[in-house]
Design a protein around this ligand. Sequence first.
Ligand code: SAM
Ligand code: DTB
Ligand code: SF4
Length: 335
Amino acid sequence: MPDGVIPATSPHHAASLPQPRTDWTRDEVAALIALPFPELMFQAQSVHRARFDPTEIQISTLLSIKTGGCPEDCAYCPQSAMHEDGGVKASRLMAVEAVLKEARAARDAGAARFCMGAAWRSPKEHDLDTVCAMIEGVKGLGLETCVTLGMLDDRQAGRLRDAGLDYYNHNLDTSPEHYGAIISTRTYQDRLDTLAHVRDAGINVCCGGIVGMGEDDSDRAGLIASLASLPKHPESVPINLLVRVAGTPLAQAEPVDPIDFVRIIAAARITMPASRVRLAAGREDMTDEAQTLCFLAGANSIFYGEKLLTTPNPEASRDARLLARLGMHTSLSQH
Ligand code: SAM
Ligand code: DTB
Ligand code: SF4
């Protein structure tokens, strides 16, 4: 930890912290989210400091390796073939060399993890061969690897593990109750099954959701409770603010009150104390001050680089300036 940072516990104490609880109920999470803001922030910061350096942010860079033309109907997504008026053109799976070129650039810009996303319902066998080659190549550059390819069975998860994959991203997206209003082509249980296959294969899990899809307070608590009561917490928890893309059914969704969004980040931090909580999509629409509150609430990861998968992300220079203003640093800059 840098000089002047006061940890809540000594490193010895941190090593002996209890295993995180995996029996969070929706009511408990709802009560957390509804706490007076100062109390909620105090709890989140106490939990954060017990296990993490509060000045440190992990950075991941995203690349869409196969864009658009997806057969699923996720209402938020510009890549669904059901609503592609958002201007996203369907493209084929990228070549391995082209992916490695992007990964090298991300590494040189300071990313610790390279995340590759494909707009598939689930990967086909021959496509998985190519993705495995990408994983091996990206790992060879010294980066952590993450892919998000849709649903996986146990054999596919095993193949990715054998290729050396570090993380698999697969989100629950929202509460079980709100889910049916957002996606009809795959079930909540399908998602839980994929997560179990990833976990059983020994791959780290990256799993989170989206805020701003017309859900109510109880749904927000339900999403966090679902994540925090998985058999083992995801190692990474991306909390996305909906990017409202023209042409998608959610283009006109009500904007989220930034303070409410910070409350969800804090609830994720408190309930999943050992996980990386990522302030994921939606930062382009957030002020520096709102992002700062998210960091104070325990978010300690961001996507870095000008593009998410298909939509804009803040310029790297804006992020670097913000971290410098806050006296914060990325996880790589100190070791
Ligand atoms: N097709 C794969 C799947 O859905 O499993 C992987 C790619 S998909 C784009 C990964 C995640 O991005 C989604 O689960 C969703 O949580 C997030 N996402 C997609 N569009 C978004 C948007 N407009 N705003 C915020 N998050 C979004
Ligand atoms: C996640 O939770 N957010 C990222 C990543 N996992 C794959 C994707 C955000 C996508 C935002 C919309 C787009 O750029 O297409
Ligand atoms: Fe397809 Fe994934 Fe977009 Fe859903 S979120 S439409 S599965 S790319």
